[in-house]
Design a protein around this ligand. Structure first.
Ligand code: NDP
Length: 280
């Protein structure tokens, strides 16, 4: 029996990137999955990827929705319950570093940008957690939140609002995890480092070619990524699946797992010494 057989999962932000890879993985390993995002064309791309992996069409629903709207959240939950009858797993993955009207993401961004950033990266997670809570209490279910190494402690001048929202998400997750574990609901967090997704097209305004070149050049610099490459979405999806699998990770509660190829552990001098190891 596959590890997610008989489980029902909602994966937010699954029309692209990490969410898509997670939905494909969970569905391939037996879960019934609700995929969602605002872009119907990209969402169809995820649906096709899941079907191509050999998953039955009846194990899948697509819901086009804005996760920041109450209507979108309610539709996501009601469609899942109507189709599958329960919810076992909620992956709160949708997120972005949203540029302001002038394409900037730094401290010059106005309060409207700040609010949008918190609404997507934090508030929608809080709202989804509240709404899904009674259903997860019935199934003794799991929540995995997708944060970022941007949450700190290193400064993130290129995205102060995004990184603050992710830092708040981490602390919310720890606190909610302890509050809800008494109901049998387990919450954990994954903090990815650099991952080749649509993230840089949104956050940095790069086209696909520029984005690939950005990720390749980051991966080639050991003081940025000691592992020597940027993650593919599948590298993060497997960590999310581990935390969503109660048999594999039951005793992990309210923790943050960093999956960043070592990025957060290096300072410039580490890379220098790694490249030029002193001879004995
Ligand atoms: P992508 O841009 O590839 O995917 C983001 C997903 O979020 C898309 O499916 C998008 O769907 C969805 N989304 C964004 N805004 C909304 C909204 N308002 N309503 C519904 N869905 C929305 O990026 P990633 O896969 O990289 O991002 C996934 C998560 O990983 C995010 O939380 C991000 O912050 C985090 N992360 C990413 C890193 C990276 O280097 N890639 C590093 C660290 C963290 P659509 O556009 O169809 O609405």
């Amino acid at each position: 029996m596959a590890r997610f057989t008989d489980k029902v999962a909602i994966v937010t932000g699954s029309s692209n990137g990490i969410g898509r890879a997670t939905a494909v993985l969970l569905a391939s390993e037996g879960a019934k999955v609700t995929i969602t995002g605002r872009d119907s064309e990209r969402l169809e791309g995820t649906r096709q990827a899941i079907l191509k992996a050999g998953v039955e069409e009846s194990h899948l629903i697509s819901v086009v929705a804005d996760i920041t709207s109450a209507h979108g959240q309610d539709l996501l939950i009601s469609s899942t319950l109507e189709k599958f009858g329960k919810i076992d797993i909620l992956i709160n993955n949708a997120g972005a570093n949203i540029p302001d009207a002038n394409g900037k993401t730094r401290t010059e961004g106005g309060i409207d940008t700040f609010l949008k950033m918190f609404q997507l990266n934090l508030q929608s997670v809080v709202e989804m957690t509240q709404k899904v809570r009674p259903h997860l209490a019935k199934t003794r279910g799991e929540i995995v939140n997708v944060s970022s190494i941007a949450a700190g402690p290193a400064a993130q001048p290129q995205g102060p609002y995004y990184s603050s929202a992710k830092a708040a998400l981490d602390q919310y997750s720890r606190s909610a995890a302890i509050d809800l574990i008494s109901e049998g609901i387990r919450i954990n967090v994954v903090q990815p480092g650099f991952v080749e997704t649509g993230f840089s097209t949104v956050a940095r305004g790069l086209n696909a070619e520029e984005s690939a070149s950005f990720y390749n050049s980051m991966g080639a610099q050991p003081h940025c990524i000691p592992a020597g490459f940027c993650a593919k979405p599948e590298h993060i999806a497997s960590v999310i699946a581990f935390l969503a699998d109660r048999k594999a990770s039951e005793y992990i509660v309210g923790q943050t797992i960093t999956a960043d190829g070592g990025s957060t552990l290096v300072l410039g001098f580490h890379a220098h010494f790694a490249q030029k190891a002193p001879k004995n």
